[in-house]
Design a binder for this molecule. Structure first.
Ligand code: SF4
Length: 325
């Protein structure tokens, strides 16, 4: 690992100023960043430790749940307000990583984690995300874990988070602060597709810091389910995951929210499937129709063709589970 300096500011202003100098980065839990630095994937001259900033609050205000970006994943998953108002988020958090990692990982860090594409971590291999215009090792390599939606030949990596899939489904908003002030970003616009800039994972501006995430009030407190399909029962990234939330009244789906993980460069929302479910009865047949609509545009690569059927079946299963809890 290269040598770097380390500072621990106590105010937001000082943190933003500190990260503007040298090749600096913010660090909170460090559960991904330190691995990347140790492997030489990311080289930084300076780490700005933000753990002393006052960003650890969880509050309900007029129905909006405000979650500070330094809240630990484990604390958030078990928080009474989350379990009561947004159980889908709690389920997704508990599906991620391990208890030890959740005890260190923060909300902001979870959003900022990099893909787990093995070619990105192998500095002897080409990777447009690590080294722009060097090529994509996964394209002609082992791409079993890779994307089936929204990818192109520049990068077929997937975003690894579970938490972010639930936040995308729940129409969350990201609050950020930077040298030019504060701004809000819809969660579904926070992460990016690879396009021509696969090195960029998100739409954060230069030296901006995530300060909080907010979830609006909703009726998704009962019929929700986070399904994660993976190669082993715990401590593994998703082959495919589904966040399903239904608002069912009088036997009719009033609103539906669906998002997937493990299938795209960002949490992948399924608006056409949501539309197909709205106003319908929560039946197996309607779930099958919605799932087929959701996966119509899938494009697969040499080793991940199985993901299309897996995604279709997982959407149906998640919807069924959401209606039988
Ligand atoms: Fe790099 Fe993306 Fe290709 Fe993986 S899929 S090797 S992250 S460019």
């Amino acid at each position: 690992m290269n040598q770097f300096s380390y500072v621990r500011p106590t105010s937001l202003k000082a943190a933003i100023e500190a990260v503007a100098k040298n090749n600096a980065r913010f660090i909170a839990g460090g559960t991904n960043l330190l691995d990347l630095m140790k492997n030489g994937v990311i080289i930084s001259d300076k780490l700005v430790d933000i753990n002393r900033l006052p960003l650890k609050d969880i509050q309900l205000d007029n129905g909006v749940l405000h979650i500070g970006s330094l809240v630990l994943n484990s604390d958030l998953a078990e928080h009474e307000l989350v379990k009561t108002h947004h159980p889908l988020l709690s389920q997704a958090l508990l599906a991620g990583a391990s208890q030890q990692l959740r005890n260190m990982a923060t909300v902001g860090g979870n959003m900022m984690q990099r893909t787990r594409c093995s070619y990105y971590y192998d500095t002897t291999m080409p990777c447009n995300k690590r080294s722009p215009n060097s090529g994509c090792g996964a394209l002609g390599g082992i791409n079993r874990m890779h994307a089936i939606f929204g990818a192109n030949d520049n990068c077929i990596a997937v975003h690894p988070s579970d938490m972010c899939v639930a936040l995308a489904a729940l129409d969350a908003t990201v609050l950020v602060s930077g040298p030019k002030g504060d701004r809000h970003i819809p969660f579904t616009d926070f992460h990016r597709l690879p396009g021509n800039t696969p090195q960029l994972d998100n739409n954060l501006g230069k030296n901006e810091l995530i300060t909080a995430v907010e979830i609006p009030a909703n009726n998704f407190t009962k019929n929700v389910y986070y399904l994660k399909v993976r190669d082993r029962a715990s401590y593994a990234f998703a082959l495919v995951s589904v966040a399903a939330a239904l608002d069912i009244r009088d036997g009719v789906i009033q609103q539906a929210r669906l998002a997937m993980g493990g299938v795209a460069h960002k949490p992948w929302r399924l608006p056409d499937a949501e539309k197909a479910l709205t106003g319908k009865a929560p039946t197996v047949e309607n779930f099958r129709i919605a799932a087929n609509i959701a996966t119509q545009s899938a494009k697969t690569y040499k080793h991940n063709a199985f993901k299309t059927a897996l995604a279709t079946n997982s959407i149906q299963t998640a919807l069924l589970k959401a209606t039988t809890v």
